[in-house]
Design a protein around this ligand. Sequence first.
Ligand SMILES: NC(=O)C1=CN([C@@H]2O[C@H](COP(=O)(O)OP(=O)(O)OC[C@H]3O[C@@H](n4cnc5c(N)ncnc54)[C@H](OP(=O)(O)O)[C@@H]3O)[C@@H](O)[C@H]2O)C=CC1
Ligand SMILES: CC(C)CCC[C@@H](C)[C@H]1CC=C2C3=C(CC[C@@]21C)[C@@]1(C)CC[C@H](O)C(C)(C)[C@@H]1CC3
Length: 418
Amino acid sequence: MAPQGSRAPLEFGGPLGAAALMLLLPATMFHLLLVARSGPARLLGPPPYLPEPEALWSPRALLLWLTWLGLQVALYLLPARKVAEGQELKDKSRLRYPINGFQALVVTALLVGLGVSAGLPLAALPEMLLPLAFMATLTAFIFSLLLYLKALILAPASALAPGGNSGNPIYDFFLGRELNPRICSFDFKYFCELRPGLIGWILINLALLLQEAELRGSPSLAMWLVNGFQLLYVGDALWHEEAVLTTMDITHDGFGFMLAFGDLAWVPFTYSLQAQFLLYHPQPLELPMASAICLINAVGYYIFRGANSQKNSFRKNPSDPKVAGLETISTATGRQLLVSGWWGMVRHPNYLGDLIMALAWSLPCGVSHLLPYFYLIYFTALLVHREARDEQQCLQKYGLAWHEYCRRVPYRIVPYIY
Ligand SMILES: NC(=O)C1=CN([C@@H]2O[C@H](COP(=O)(O)OP(=O)(O)OC[C@H]3O[C@@H](n4cnc5c(N)ncnc54)[C@H](OP(=O)(O)O)[C@@H]3O)[C@@H](O)[C@H]2O)C=CC1
Ligand SMILES: CC(C)CCC[C@@H](C)[C@H]1CC=C2C3=C(CC[C@@]21C)[C@@]1(C)CC[C@H](O)C(C)(C)[C@@H]1CC3
């Protein structure tokens, strides 16, 4: 058995919190799937009915799910235009990652386009969301168990994540013991973070748009906006795939149930909630309002992309002319912190942009229901919590220099408010 790594303070309410989240997250996802198609679409009410086992277990859905995962694995293994190096690890080594996510998106789009023109009934996908979500949840549980056992038996101490090796099996299963579990060069966390769930989300949105076209003659303006905004978000993530290597999930969090379920089930089946809602609850949207919503999304995207690219360029090469003129603070680790540009406005400008976009994704659904605003509410809570986790980590890494940064940039996410 591998020795235990260094012990970090417990997050997410410790083992009890982790156990509660493992029940609550799948339950919330199924609740949303059921409520979105119900007449009243009440976020806070009880679900309209409890599904029978036959509604969850379907061999067709299982086959479809495995085919989808198999396709994304095959696309991941295709030759990449570039191979990028990750951040330095505890043992001073760096892992290598293929940069071919955008290529996977384009090939998937071509294959789906060919399939649809050959008669593939993509518009039937919305009817299979419940069993598909069940397959994804089951996969996440089984996969996390295998990852947990692999980490327990095979991983050396240097491969463990800072947080997921407390010794408590429930907590470690949830958070993930190993930082970058791999088989040969296949990196499970990196693969799951950007491929099956994120591209699956866009495919579900498209299927909902096609079904709306079948039902009502053409997709509504609101449905076009939601599809367009979310395609931009996913396309952007895959285009800037290399930037994910400096995010907290890759550099800090282990790969356990939280990320496996988040990537494979939560993202595709709950992030498509607005499009699901619109299929069953069409909303009128006039052009002036639609233009205002596009403007909000553009502002959010501008901040989100600007901030993420600025930090990424700076971390890759601080003398890059794009960032060389920015003001910085030196830290004892030798790394520097930006204190001007986007990172001088608030301490998490990328979260601010992401939240503004989240608002723009909900607004096309009108204001008659709370349900389509679930993403905005959940995402605010996630980012506030994530920001607090990141502060703790930065304080540990940078000590006094971080205090100085907080003094110079006092607001966390929203200028003059928070
Ligand atoms: N749609 C979704 O569901 C989700 C989206 N996201 C998005 O993912 C993106 C990445 O988020 P996340 O990984 O949480 O965090 P960040 O990309 O903000 O990374 C935080 C890290 O950036 C570095 N950093 C912080 N301040 C500075 C500074 N002033 N100058 C230079 N470096 C700094 C620190 O790491 P170091 O110094 O070690 O480099 C810190 O740990 C965000 O845009 C977020 O909105 C996140 C979660 C969910
Ligand atoms: C529901 C659980 C409590 C938590 C699950 C969280 C995950 C769903 C998210 C954690 C960080 C994520 C990121 C993205 C998607 C959601 C998860 C996996 C991201 C890939 C979305 C696209 C962005 O451009 C990004 C910056 C690449 C994101 C990285 C973080």
